[in-house]
Design a protein around this ligand. Sequence first.
Ligand SMILES: [Zn+2]
Length: 260
Amino acid sequence: MHGYDGHPEIELALARLYEATKKQRYLTLANYFVEQRGMEPHYYDIEYEKRQQSCVPKSDGTPWMIKSKAYSQAHLPLSEQRTATGHAVRFVYLMTAVAHLARLRQNEQQRQICLRLWQNMVRRQIYITKAIVSQGAGEAFSSDYDLPNDTAYAESCASIGLMMFARRMLEMELDGRYADVMERALYNTVLGSIAFDGRHYFYVNPLEVHPKTLRSNGIYNHVSPVRRRWFGCACCPPNIAAFSNRLVIKSTRPASTRSM
Ligand SMILES: [Zn+2]
C-alpha cells in the first residue's frame, strides 16, 4: 500500500532503528514516508473516499486530515515549504526525522529544508520561553510574529518535539545555538510543566494567565490555571514522564560514566 502515517512519528523511529541495525530498508522506508508526504493526489483523500464507500457513516464529521492538510503536515512536499505550518507536534516530530535522515544520507536538499524551516520557526514563530504553538485551533502554528501571550497553546509535547528536532540539528551542524534552544525549552516548558509531586501536568503553557477570567471567556477554554492529573487527550503526561525519566537516569549516574 502506497501511503503514509497520519501522525509523523514512525519516521524518526525507523531512522533510529537503522542506526541500531544498519539495515538499509529501515532508512529507505523512513525516507519514503518523508518524500511521499504532500504529493498529489493526496493519500488521505484517496483513503477517505475508499472508507466512505465502505465503513465510515456519512454522518461522521470530515476528519481534520481532509479539512486541513497542514494539520497532518501533508499540504505540500517539504521541498516546497517555506514556513513552519500546521499541527506543531506533527511538524517537529517529522522534522526530527528529516534532520536525522539528512545526516545519515548526507543529503544536501534535506539539510537545506531543515535549515530553512528551523530558521522560520526559531526567528518568527517561537516564544521567549522557547515554546511553540501560538493557537489552540488545530494545535498549530499561526503566522510569522503572531505570538499572543494569553491564548498561546505552547503544548508541552511540542517543546519535547522541539528539543528532539534541535538535537538532530545539533548533530548535523555542531552549532551551540541548537543546544541553547533545547536548554530553554527544557527548563521552561518541559520541566516547568510537571509539578514537584511528579503527578500533575500542564498540557498548555501560556505566558500570561488570569485565573478569574478563564471561565468567563471561551477563548481560554484550552487554558488551565493549575496542573492536572490527566487529560482526555493524554499525550503530554506520558511524554513528559518518559522524557523526565531519561533525565533522572542520566543525572543519577556517576559523573565518570555520564554522557551528554
Ligand atoms: Zn501533548
